[in-house]
Design a protein around this ligand. Structure first.
Ligand code: AHR
Length: 517
């Protein structure tokens, strides 16, 4: 945040950042400071790192002898950028990869680790050079907590039990001693364990009744030891599969602390032709945002099912895979899932984070897919070069909401319409942090019209306002390796305060984060 502008003397501020379109949207927004809700669990700002494409190898791990500056093999540029996001939790090693991953392959001297085929992602050779110790070092370097998705599909309860003991035991046991022999004297803390991944699909194609029993079986052997406490996360539904949620809640209930939800945003909704990451039409823009807005419906309806069995909301809904999924970049390997990231992705990220804030009572964790070089990545790399994507900037601007109290907003949004399709043009969320500051995040989904928003705060009288805005001239503006960033946050000054209300002018296709003190 830059210099705060006192609300009382904001008589004349320019509307210089507003798009000069003939028509302007108008809306009223009330921040209900008088109705504070649940705490926004900072874990909804989580990320996901799978052994897939160039995520782990290239994107994070370059090896100790690489000319790319690194710390114990982890590239310094990426680590430092990730650290800046205050990432609370990182999920690893998959994804589909997790259900074919055997943890013993990834410990001990690196040159002796077995090479396996990564059958889910192009059959490429997995060297296992990046294993448990490397992952734990990574989360330590970026300051995140580890979330390990363990193998149910091709693993055993014994293997799962042993992995947990290897990581967390401080005893004089064979597995704890093996960890010591491999260079780690102290046990690590392992707060989150996923019991399988997408067991309705790549994780075993199970029926929910079968997985519910599998979960009960495997999870029995995921034990708290040496003072470590594990939040166990069961595989939940994809999209609108409410039956899965119902069966899991009925048959597993409080044996799990979290139930996952996966939902990807495809512009077309068609897995065989998803649509390009850039060079899309306005119709594609609207369709993408319309589909991403469905996250709210999915969370609401899964929550309704969960409420039947768990009215006290002890089981968290963990949206541990979400984000855009496009056709891969031309010239890149299909199975590597490398896609560009544009201003459209920034809007998608902001809308989804707003939705998570609004459901802070039930959504306790989320992980955008995936952290570097895969799907809706916050970072892209090319050899020694790195760019921060538009999605990165949303996570950075929004980090002020982490751990804050969710504050409802009343927003009567105008419509953004194109042809027969229409969505709300504006989307917002708010929170109050521990120091008493309010943060209001507003997204203008309309790609051509600026929005004039009249904002009031009910139940509080902040004295000063500052803000930042993320926008660009083109819907598909990206940050490229060889050019200065086209999409980066700038100070937001297009507002005026008078008589207890603030009039904001949001540029078209923008994300604005305000701080009110
Ligand atoms: O994120 C890519 C893949 O999407 C994951 O491996 C899988 O869980 C999901 O289907």
């Amino acid at each position: 945040m830059k210099t705060a502008v006192p609300l009382t003397i904001l008589a004349v501020l320019t509307f210089g950042q507003a798009a000069q379109t003939p028509e302007r949207l108008t809306a009223d927004l009330t921040v209900r400071a008088d109705q504070p809700k649940a705490t926004i669990n900072r874990n909804i700002y989580g990320h996901f790192a799978e052994h897939l494409g160039r995520l782990v190898y290239d994107g994070i791990w370059v090896g100790e002898s690489s000319p790319i500056p690194n710390t114990r093999g982890m590239r310094n540029d990426v680590v430092s950028a990730l650290k800046n996001l205050n990432i609370p939790v990182l999920r690893w090693p998959g994804g589909c990869f997790a259900d074919e991953y055997h943890w013993r392959d990834g410990i001990g001297p690196r040159e002796q680790r077995p090479k396996r085929l990564n059958t889910n992602w192009g059959g490429v050779v997995e060297t296992n050079v990046f294993g448990t110790h490397e992952f734990m070092d990574l989360v330590d370097q970026i300051g995140a907590a580890p979330f390990i998705s363990m193998n149910v599909g091709t693993g055993t309860p014994q293997e799962m039990k042993d992995w947990v003991e290897y990581i967390t035991s401080s005893d004089d046991s064979e597995l704890a001693n093996l960890r010591r022999k491999n260079g780690r004297a102290e046990p690590w803390k392992l707060p989150y364990v996923g019991v399988g991944n997408e067991t309705w699909g790549c994780g075993g194609n199970m029926r929910p009744e079968v997985y519910a029993d599998q979960y009960r079986h495997f999870a029995t052997f995921v034990k708290n030891q040496s003072g470590n406490r594990i939040t166990k996360i069961a595989v939940g539904a994809s999209d609108a599969n409410y039956t899965w949620t119902d069966v899991m809640m009925a048959q597993v209930g409080q044996r799990m602390q979290g139930l996952s939800l996966h939902y990807y945003t495809l512009p077309t909704g068609n897995w065989s032709k998803k649509g390009p990451a850039t060079g899309f039409t306005e119709a594609d823009w609207l369709a993408t945002l319309q589909r991403t807005l469905r996250m709210d419906e999915f969370i609401r309806k899964h929550s309704d099912v969960m409420d039947k069995y768990d009215p006290d909301k002890r089981v968290g809904l963990m949206v541990d895979e979400w984000g855009t999924w496009y056709d891969v970049e031309p010239g890149t390997r299909e199975s590597a899932l490398y896609q560009q990231n544009s201003l459209r992705d920034a809007i998608v990220a902001a809308v989804n984070l707003n939705i998570f804030h609004q459901h802070a009572d039930r959504v306790q964790m989320a992980a955008i897919a995936q952290v570097v070089n895969v799907l809706q990545a916050v970072i892209l790399t090319q050899g020694p070069k790195m760019v921060l994507t538009p999605t990165y900037h949303v996570f950075e601007m929004y980090k002020v909401h982490q751990g804050a109290t969710s504050i409802p907003v009343d927003l009567a949004s105008p419509e953004y319409r194109l042809g027969q399709s229409a969505i709300p043009a504006l989307h917002a969320s708010a929170s109050k942090d521990a120091a008493g500051a309010y943060h209001v995040s507003i997204v203008n989904l309309d790609p051509t019209r600026a929005a004039q928003v009249t904002m009031k705060v009910a139940g509080a009288s902040p004295k000063a306002i500052t803000g930042r805005v993320l926008t660009a001239p083109a819907m598909d503006a990206i940050n490229a390796f060889d050019r200065p960033p086209a999409v980066a946050p700038a100070p937001f000054t297009a507002f005026q305060a008078q008589g207890g209300q603030v009039t904001l002018t949001l540029p078209s296709k923008s994300v604005v984060v305000l701080e009110l003190k």
